[in-house]
Design a protein around this ligand. Sequence first.
Ligand SMILES: [Zn+2]
Length: 308
Amino acid sequence: MSFSGEVKQEIVAHRLQRSCCRHAAAYGIACFARNFDEKGLLLYTEQLCIAEYAQWVFGQIGVEGHIHQKGSASSPAYEFEISNPEEMQKLKNLFGLEEGICFRINSKNICCSRCTGAFLGAAFLCSGTMSDPNKDYHLEFTSSRQMLAKDLEGILAEHEFSPKRTLRKGTAVIYIKASEKIEDLLTLMGATSSSLELMNVKVYRDIRNKANRITNCETANIDKTVAANLKSIQAIRYLQQSGVWELQSDSLRYAGDLRLQWPDLSLSQLAEKFQPPISKSGLNHRLRKLESIAATLQERSSHEQQDS
Ligand SMILES: [Zn+2]
C-alpha cells in the first residue's frame, strides 16, 4: 500500500470522541467529495474503508447514505451517496446551507480544537495525497473549487502549517513541503503512526547521509543512534504539542531545543554544542528526564481517554 493509503487507513481508524468532531468530519467530506449539490452528495474512492467511514460519520449526525461498488474486480472502486431529498434537506440544515449549497468553508461547522483535525482528516480522505517520505516530503489537497481551496489554505495557514497554493490543469493544489509541518498535520488528523514514520525516515536519512560522508559507519551503530534520537525527539514534540513545554526547567528546554536543532548528532557531538559544553552523561540525563515526563503524561492522557 502507498504511504497515502496508510495515512488514510489511520485517519479512518481514528475514532472521533466528540459529536462536534464527527459533525466537522462529515462537513469535511461534504466539502471535498466529488459532487455536492442540490441533487445529492457523492464520494468516489478506491478504498472501501473510506466509503464505510463516510457512511458511519454521516450516520452519527443522523443522515443516511448508501455505498455502491464500482470499478472492476481487479481495480475496485466505491461510491458513497446521499441522494434522498429528505436526507439532503437534513444535511443542508445541519451545515447551515438552507440558502443553497455554497463552497466556502463555514467555520461554524468547526467548533472545538479537535474539530479542525477531524475536518482536515476528512478533506484528506477525499482529496489528499502524500508522497513516500523516502523519496520526497510532500502532502497535498486538490479541489476544482477555487474558493474552497483558498479557504482550506486559510485554515492551514492559521494553524501555521505554511501551505502553498498552485494550479494544476485548472485544479487548485494546496501543498505542504516542510517535513515538520507535515508531521504536525498528520498528528492533528489522527495519523500519529504515519507522523512517527515520517520522522523516523527523516532522522535516519540525515544520519546516514552524514555517516556516509564522514566514515564508513556500521549500519547497526546508525540504527542505535537513530532509535535513541527519535525517542527523545518524539518526547520533546509531545511535550510541546501538549502545551507543557514552557513549564519545564531552562536546562531541560535548552537540551530539548538543541536536540531538535541537531536531530542527527550523536550524544557526544550534541554535548559539545552546549554553551558551555556539558558531559555526555549530563546530556543523557536531561534527555532521559524529558522522555520520562512525556511518558508519564502520555499514560495519564490515555487513561483519561479510556475513562471518557
Ligand atoms: Zn470537536
